[in-house]
Design a protein around this ligand. Structure first.
Ligand code: GAF
Length: 381
């Protein structure tokens, strides 16, 4: 019996279905998803699981093993909870109800090993697990893309972060050993083999999450939209930064607003960089791929300004290390993890060295994880 099944039987009667949904990394393509650009995420071998069965009395009961808290509400009276973790779950139920699906109540246990607040999308993993579970339980017949969109909307409305589609897409569509090259404009995607002979992807967790994260995220999104509006005044066919070139930015945005120019130029360059990075990955040019990652970090830190001193420190500590091909902050920013492409024989030495220096300079210890790329949301077992 799985651990989560045992927990479920302590709290609820009956047999549950169990769904697991992974966290994600992103090789490159940061802050491009809500600008209709490209991303290159992959699902990881750390996941959120939910065990769930149906009730017929209109009641929802949820127990979180990570928080050791029990939540209860009636389906008819779902409102935002002051238990933050709950909102990612009932936000999904709320979206289903808004689409007129009938949810008669459920019992649920949530568990998982995606580190929370580490920028590995534990929230998207929860949302995908829940929408997948409720789809199974109530036979809603939603396809994967519908579930992804619904999970994203739940995050917008119940968590208040105007996130793009990347995290949910990666969690739902993940495939072992592959990254997903997703075009966020057309939603066409392609699995790209993540062949890194002799190398591994290593995450360093700053173990900080600055408060600014969600307000700054929404602000960056608005700044990109302002840039698009400035270009669209001149070229009506422009709908997003995906339709904008560096030259258009220089011509129409730079004279009007330097800060907006900096933000938009980062996004335009990042899309180009992702295409180069995919080519480098396909050709096995790992040093070049690593260089793309360092360039992305510079852009995120200096132009998009979503990094923080802890992330910058972790990148600078590995920058001239021969064992590290590339490193960058990953995800929304203001904390969480850096992603490092490293020589697999040097990992132990590297983590000791970086850990010591990070502690010395910040007073914090950093955790690390060697990432394996796993499959997407599915029924467990
Ligand atoms: C967060 C968001 F949820 C994603 O949609 C994406 O924008 C990412 O930040 C930055 O690339 O993870």
């Amino acid at each position: 019996m799985l651990q989560i099944e045992k927990k479920f039987s302590e709290y609820f009667p009956g047999q549950p279905v169990i769904i697991t949904s992974p966290g994600r990394i992103n090789i490159i393509g940061e802050h491009t998803d809500y600008n209709n650009g490209y991303v290159l995420p992959a699902a990881i071998d750390k996941a959120i699981s939910v065990a769930v069965n149906k009730r017929d009395d209109g009641i929802i009961k949820i127990y979180s093993t990570q928080y050791n808290e029990l939540y209860e509400s009636s389906v008819a009276a779902l409102v935002k909870s002051n238990l933050n973790w709950v909102n990612y779950i009932i936000g999904v139920a709320d979206q289903l109800l808004k689409k007129d699906f009938v949810i008669t109540g459920f019992n649920m246990v949530v568990d998982g090993d995606v580190p929370l607040g580490a920028g590995l999308s534990s929230s998207a993993a929860v949302e995908c697990a829940v929408v997948f579970a409720l789809n199974e339980l109530f036979e809603l017949k939603l396809d994967k893309l519908e579930m992804v969109k619904l999970a994203q909307k739940a995050e917008h409305e119940f968590a208040g972060v105007m996130c793009g589609i990347m995290d949910m897409f990666a969690s739902m569509y993940g495939k072992a050993e592959y990254a997903i090259k997703l075009d966020c404009r057309s939603l066409e995607y392609e699995y790209v083999p993540l062949k890194l002979p002799g190398h591994k992807l290593l995450l360093f967790n700053t173990n900080v999450k600055h408060n600014l994260a969600s307000s700054a995220y929404n602000e960056r999104r608005a700044q990109c939209e302002s840039g698009v509006a400035l270009v669209a005044k001149q070229i009506a066919s422009v709908k997003s930064l995906r339709d904008v070139t560096a030259q258009m930015l220089e011509q129409y945005v730079l004279p009007a607003d330097e800060l907006i120019y900096k933000r938009c130029n980062y996004v335009v360059q990042e899309n180009l960089r992702l295409l180069q990075a995919c080519e480098n990955l396909n050709k096995g040019n790992l040093w070049e791929l690593g260089k793309n990652m360092f360039d992305t970090h510079r852009g995120l830190s200096e132009d998009y300004e979503v990094s923080c001193k802890e992330l910058d420190l972790l990148v600078s500590l590995v920058k001239n290390n021969k064992a590290v091909l590339g490193a960058r902050m990953m995800g929304g920013g203001f904390g969480g993890c850096t992603l490092n492409l490293v020589n697999e024989n040097e990992i132990e030495r590297l983590v000791n060295e970086v850990g010591e220096k990070y502690l010395l300079q910040t007073g914090l210890s950093c955790s690390y994880y060697v990432v394996a790329v796993g499959g997407g949301t599915s029924v467990a077992g």
